[in-house]
Ligand binder design. Structure first.
Ligand SMILES: C[S@@+](CC[C@H](N)C(=O)[O-])C[C@H]1O[C@@H](n2cnc3c(N)ncnc32)[C@H](O)[C@@H]1O
Length: 373
């Protein structure tokens, strides 16, 4: 069993489990009970901006139903291959963190993939939405029950703004369709660790968006710029395919799990309500970052998992898989179109919710958000 890397959200001391693992406490006697479903709530009440931050239960249920249909499975498979390739050369056991894990579809699949490759690991799924974390813990418990094994993953209600994990404790962190907070990630990822983000590309769900909006915003988002100076890009891939939504329920689930649901005019949503099928394009961008080694600390021939020295890595702009548009600079997006704030701009003590559920001035015009699914 790997040692706990959890931190007390009150005093930042190490949290250790009691004998039955039903609660954890720190040296200052702050104690946190494990919920019946197995997750830990480390989000302090006074740090919440709203009663139920993050995705609502309705969104979580819709996302779980949709993801369980394996519509996005190719994204998960590409991600898993990357995670396994990165993990294989690392010293085991490894610590994995899925930030904004939602209801745990991708996290659990990462866990299964690492287990299939006999990679000793502990996965932490973190989300600010309690409903999402409950769903993820239930999913993991059901999986463990099926395999007649104990649930080893840790499910945390917590904010990505202030991750309750020890500094430099994570080997590989993932973040799918969730806002990037590089300062916060940099704190918890090891010096030789990796960060992988998945966000939507220009053509993602274009057919659905064309039905919902009178005007489509061109997607141009650069995670490299967003990740700032502490991370360097080492790989990027595009997952692109078409698939057919084959029932009204599936179309509604997809709509409900995205912010398109609350930012679209109801008359535009009606265009979808009579459809029994809709073929859509899935366009996901995967970016793999390594924590940047400061020049003076850099060994002469640092080897990366693709077998090249870091000096030989193809510059991001020359990578063939990546359409030029997605590596260009963000156009003149207004702050509410592009709610990116680095964690330095965000008050550390205030966990923020993503997405910002403000009403839109002109809901018929699509506002671009690269994390829309
Ligand atoms: C679009 S969903 C993606 C969920 C999951 N990664 C997936 O792809 O299925 C974004 C998730 O980020 C969570 N979230 C929003 N703000 C957060 C924050 N400050 N800290 C942690 N999670 C947050 C939401 O609750 C939601 O579950």
């Amino acid at each position: 069993m790997t040692a706990s890397i959890l931190l007390c959200p009150v005093c930042k001391e190490s949290l250790q489990a009691n004998d039955s693992n039903k609660s954890l406490s720190c040296a200052n006697n702050h104690s946190f009970d494990r919920a019946r479903q197995g997750y830990l709530n480390l989000l302090l009440a006074h740090k919440k901006k709203s009663k139920n931050p993050g995705d609502s239960q309705e969104m979580v249920i819709a996302r779980q139903a949709f993801l369980n249909s394996d519509f996005y499975r190719p994204i998960s498979e590409s991600l898993n291959k990357i995670v396994v390739n990165l993990a294989l050369p690392l010293k085991q056991p490894i610590q994995v963190l899925d930030i904004g894990c939602g209801e745990g579809y991708y996290s659990q699949r990462i866990h299964h993939s690492l287990s299939d490759h006999q990679i000793d690991h502990k996965l932490h799924g973190l989300d600010i939405s309690k409903d999402a974390v409950i769903a993820a813990a239930k999913r993991a418990k059901a999986d463990a029950h099926k395999a007649a094994k104990p649930m080893t993953n840790e499910w945390l209600v917590a904010s990505a703004v202030e991750i309750p994990l020890q500094d430099q404790s994570i080997d590989i962190a993932t973040c799918l369709f969730t806002r990037l907070m590089p300062d916060s990630y940099h704190k918890v990822i090891k010096q030789d660790g990796y960060f992988i983000c998945v966000n939507t590309g220009e053509k993602h769900l274009i057919e659905l968006r064309e039905k919902l909006y009178d005007q489509i915003t061109k997607v141009e988002f650069d995670p490299v710029k967003n990740m700032g100076n502490d991370f360097e890009l080492v790989d990027q891939q595009q997952v692109s395919y078409q698939n057919t939504l084959s029932s009204q329920q599936q179309i509604q689930d997809l709509l409900l799990m995205t912010p398109h649901n609350w930012r679209t005019k109801s008359e535009n949503k009606e265009a979808l309500s009579t459809l029994e099928e809709l073929t859509v394009t899935i366009d996901a961008q995967i970016h793999v970052f390594k924590v940047k080694v400061k020049e003076k600390e850099k060994p002469a021939d640092t080897i990366n998992p693709w077998g090249k020295t870091t000096q030989e890595i193809t510059p991001p702009s020359q990578l063939a898989e990546m359409p030029a548009a997605t590596v260009t600079e963000l156009p003149a997006a207004t702050p509410d179109e592009m709610p990116i704030k680095s964690s330095t701009e965000m008050p550390v003590e205030t966990p923020t919710e993503i997405p910002n559920k403000k009403s839109e001035a002109n809901p018929s015009k699509e506002k671009f958000n690269p994390w829309l699914k």
